[in-house]
Design a protein around this ligand. Structure first.
Ligand code: ATP
Length: 250
């Protein structure tokens, strides 16, 4: 028997004026899973993220988080309910140390992460412990005292994910977490996402099929605003429709 999904959409539709960007999108994201959204350019992946976070309005359908209907909930409140989206390095405090950035994030004192009320307020000691745990998992313990702004691009992107995680969201949305990275940074980032998926719920947009097949529990393939198929990586890879959509590039 399948548990209820933590994050779900039912027949979600989004329009930009008269253009239908999403149509009848049904998505089911299980708790503690790594879930990839793939699809060609213009498939509607980013629009789906915008709809989930409340940046664009759903024209039709429903969005639920932990069983609660959030379709009409404003974006800020969705963050408070535990839906986090990791943005690019702009939200780091460049002059503060890596550890201090993580500690502030664990306290919910970052611009985009409110307190996590369903877990209670995270106190000083807990925030420090969370920061230490994240440093380890991010493989950033060695650079804990360095200013965040002095780290490499790959390290900053990892810290960014870690900061979103430190506030203990229910679900984190990652928009192409490996884009623009070299091989080593891609390897470290994918290992991090796979590790986080053991006790967090990660939904991510990714173009690199090798990464998707390697680290995802579930893959949703989109095309032209609709879901083509959702399933385990191997089933998705072998799906004839998906193979046609990707012209065998998998
Ligand atoms: P990519 O992989 O290129 O980022 P995507 O799958 O994320 O693509 P979206 O960015 O969601 O796709 O775009 C879906 C469709 O909606 C595209 O045809 C795009 O041109 C259109 N679109 C996106 N934003 C707007 C907007 N603000 N107004 C009108 N059309 C838009």
């Amino acid at each position: 028997p399948h548990a209820d999904p933590l994050l779900a959409t039912e027949a979600l539709g989004v329009r930009y004026g008269s253009f239908v960007a999403l149509k009848d999108v049904t998505l089911r994201v299980r708790a503690n899973s790594v879930h990839a959204i793939i699809g060609p350019n213009g498939a509607g992946k980013t629009t789906l993220f915008h709809a989930l976070t409340g940046r664009v309005r759903a024209a039709t359908g429903r969005i639920t988080l932990a069983g609660r209907d959030i379709t009409r909930v404003p974006d800020d409140d969705r963050v408070r309910l535990g839906l986090a989206r990791s943005f690019q390095v702009t939200s780091l405090f460049a002059t503060l140390s890596v550890r201090e950035n993580l500690r502030l994030a664990a306290q919910g004192r970052t611009p985009w992460q409110a307190l996590a009320p369903w877990r209670g307020v995270t106190g000083g000691t807990t925030a420090l412990a969370t920061a230490e745990e994240m440093l380890e998992r991010l493989d950033l313990t060695r650079v804990a005292l360095r200013p965040a702004g002095e780290m490499s691009h790959g390290q900053q992107r990892r810290l960014e994910v870690g900061m979103a995680m430190a506030a203990r969201p229910r679900v984190i949305l990652l928009d192409e977490p490996t884009s623009g990275m070299g091989t080593d940074d891609i390897g470290t980032m994918t290992a991090l996402i796979r590790d986080l998926g053991r006790d967090h719920t990660v939904l991510f947009i990714e173009h690199n099929m090798g990464i998707v097949m390697n680290i995802s529990d579930t893959v949703t393939v989109m095309r032209a605003g609709e879901v083509l198929v959702e399933g385990e990586p191997s089933a998705v890879r072998d799906d004839p429709e998906v193979r046609r959509a990707y012209l065998g590039n998998m």
